[in-house]
Design a protein around this ligand. Structure first.
Ligand code: SF4
Length: 318
């Protein structure tokens, strides 16, 4: 994940909770892709370190466990850069130009300059990140599938040219609910509608108080429709089924008002976030432990990555 800074509830439900489960099933590698962030923010790097640290604190607070997973920062691993360079020698430019996100992002993003060599080569660096650990699976969203397909093609080409070194990784697609932000649009930092894991409880409560509801429910006596209400999306995630079914029918008959409905939601979310708050407090009271976790993750990742690079150099006879 790129170091975008503080994580919000959408990230928790959309990625971190899933990763937490994966670390119990697989030997997992999770890293903060700070070099990838440079492809679009190379002219202003002032926030990268701070964002990296904030994100790491959120990952650990959310339950990523350095005892179970290997957690590290990309820029601490020069092996990724070496493999990126070698793979770039066997990757036709046309393969990169046809990656859908390449053209889409260039058209969409107007406030940053994406006409650099690094941005075109981004998927090769991503391939190196994956292949260096001989990953069997990569947890990705559907939008990332073309990148993973490119990784598989690069692995195939390398193996064909120099002998079998790499595994062709498969996608691990998981259906996750998408949480809306306080304004009803997708929760996103850039929309300023996000509820952050690091927000204090009173800030979270205030954000829910101002969250939009069913727009057709104007008066307390109007019946509402949970199907179109952003608040109810959160109930689906955080409220136990029996209580949720009660809210659903009470909303439709105007037996419950939005203020009370949000109060129940807030209580349930606080219950779910309690372990996250406890862990965050613990981490912040021992800031040195965060550096130790990164150092130890880098060592473990290097153990695997350096072995792969030895094989790569042998296979390429360099
Ligand atoms: Fe939404 Fe709850 Fe209000 Fe119904 S009662 S409209 S679900 S906030």
């Amino acid at each position: 994940m790129q170091p975008s800074g503080r994580m919000h509830l959408g990230n928790l439900i959309g990625a971190l909770d899933n990763w937490k489960k994966l670390q119990d099933q697989y030997e997992s590698f999770f890293f903060i892709a700070d070099w990838h962030a440079l492809t679009s923010m190379s002219t202003d790097t002032s926030m990268i370190r701070e964002n990296t640290r904030d994100m790491l604190i959120d990952w650990l607070s959310a339950g990523l466990d350095p005892e179970k997973s290997i957690i590290f920062i990309q820029s601490r691993m020069p092996e990724h850069a070496e493999l990126h360079l070698l793979l770039s020698m066997i990757t036709p430019v046309s393969w990169l130009e046809r990656v859908p996100t390449y053209k889409e992002k260039q058209q969409e993003v107007k406030d940053r300059d994406l006409s650099n060599y690094g941005f075109l080569g981004y998927p090769v660096l991503q391939s190196a990140d994956i292949l260096i650990y001989k990953s069997d699976f990569v947890p990705v969203g559907i939008d990332q599938l073309p990148h993973l397909e490119l990784t598989r093609e690069i692995a195939r080409r390398f193996n064909h040219l120099y002998g079998d070194v790499f595994i062709e990784p498969e996608a691990l697609l998981t259906e996750v609910p998408k949480l809306p932000g306080t304004d009803g649009r997708k929760m996103s930092k850039s929309y300023e509608n996000a509820i952050y894991l690091s927000d204090a409880p009173d800030v979270i409560e205030q954000k829910f108080k101002t969250m939009v509801t069913d727009p057709a429910r104007v008066k307390r006596t109007d019946a509402g429709n949970p199907e179109v209400c952003p608040v109810f999306v959160f109930h689906r995630v955080y409220t136990p089924e029996i209580e949720r079914n009660g809210i659903d029918s009470d909303c439709r008959t105007a037996s419950i008002g939005c203020i009370d409905c949000k109060r129940i939601l807030f209580r349930n979310i606080m219950g779910a976030l309690e372990p996250v708050f406890v862990k965050r407090k613990e981490l912040l009271s021992h800031p040195g432990s965060i550096d130790e976790i990164i150092d130890s993750g880098v060592l473990k990742a290097r153990d695997v990555a350096s072995r792969t690079m030895f094989e790569v150099r042998e296979a390429m006879k360099i």
